[in-house]
Design a protein around this ligand. Structure first.
Ligand code: XBP
Ligand code: MG
Length: 256
């Protein structure tokens, strides 16, 4: 089946948002609420086992801070904290603190120029996607993506396949007509459970995850003059004599 669409994960894939973005914003929200919680880089790595910010706060209290006395309206408390976190996070993005990862902008422009269909498939809050896209790719860049599947649009977040199913259904595409770009174990479990072939670019938090079922695992998408390193994947050989990911390489990858 011919390749019709690229499905981009956001956090860790489009940009390295977790350590210096989401984590910092969570801590600012905790401070503002008068809580003495602090998520350092190592703890945050453990908390990434759970996707979704509200889910991550609950997981933290269940596993790492069991002493905390929960307020009566616990759901409202979590919701409020998370709304503050989103405010801080989008503020950080608007200050231009988080750039796109190598090759992302180049590949998106190439895809657009050739009529390749694009979507965003993420567990993060829609406002975060808007902020990242507008502050990196420009004010109208959200419209480049036919579908932005984000946040609570499906109740079961990654690693469940639901967000990919939702996207495929909305774009009227079969999984084999798409390539997913992911960065984490939770991400690839979600995309592969929906049957979507997947290319992985790792980051510091996900480098040691199991990506043995990926088509290709790279350090990053690479740029001319700034080559990627191939880390593995079932079709890794396709990438060995190239230095950056473009549509020609992706087409070889999905048809090899
Ligand atoms: C990554 C995530 C997100 C963010 C937090 O999602 O796990 O939960 O860390 O986002 P993806 P919110 O890689 O699918 O983009 O706080 O907005 O939930
Ligand atoms: Mg991710």
């Amino acid at each position: 089946m011919a390749l019709e669409a690229l499905l981009f994960d956001v956090d860790g894939t489009l940009a390295d948002t977790e350590k210096d973005g989401h984590r910092v914003a969570f801590n600012l929200a905790f401070d503002e609420a008068g809580l003495d919680w602090h998520w350092d880089e190592a703890l945050y790595g453990q908390l990434l086992a759970v996707t979704g910010g509200k889910e991550r706060i609950r997981y933290y209290l269940e596993r790492f801070n069991t002493e905390f006395t929960r307020p009566g309206d616990f759901d409202g408390f979590v919701k409020g904290l998370h709304a503050a976190k989103t405010r801080f996070y989008t503020q950080l993005l608007s200050e231009g603190k988080i750039p796109l990862r190598p090759g992302v902008e180049r590949l998106i422009h190439e895809a657009r120029a050739t009529g390749m269909r694009l979507a965003v498939v993420t567990t993060t809050t829609p406002a975060n996607v808007t902020a990242l896209l507008t502050h990196t790719l420009g004010p109208d860049s959200e419209t480049w993506f036919e579908v932005i599947a984000a946040g609570d649009i499906v109740p079961a977040k990654k690693p469940a396949p639901d967000i990919y199913h939702w996207t495929l259904e909305n774009m009227d595409l079969a999984p084999e007509q798409c390539l997913a770009l992911e960065d984490s174990d939770n991400g690839i479990r979600s995309s592969l459970s929906a049957g979507v072939p997947t290319l992985v670019t790792v980051n510091d938090y996900t480098r040691d995850d199991d990506f043995s079922k990926a088509l290709l695992t790279l350090t990053d998408l690479g740029e001319p003059g700034q080559p990627y390193t191939v880390l593995g994947g079932q079709r890794a050989s396709v990438a060995s004599d190239q230095t950056y990911v473009d549509l020609a390489l992706i087409r070889q990858l999905v048809t090899a």
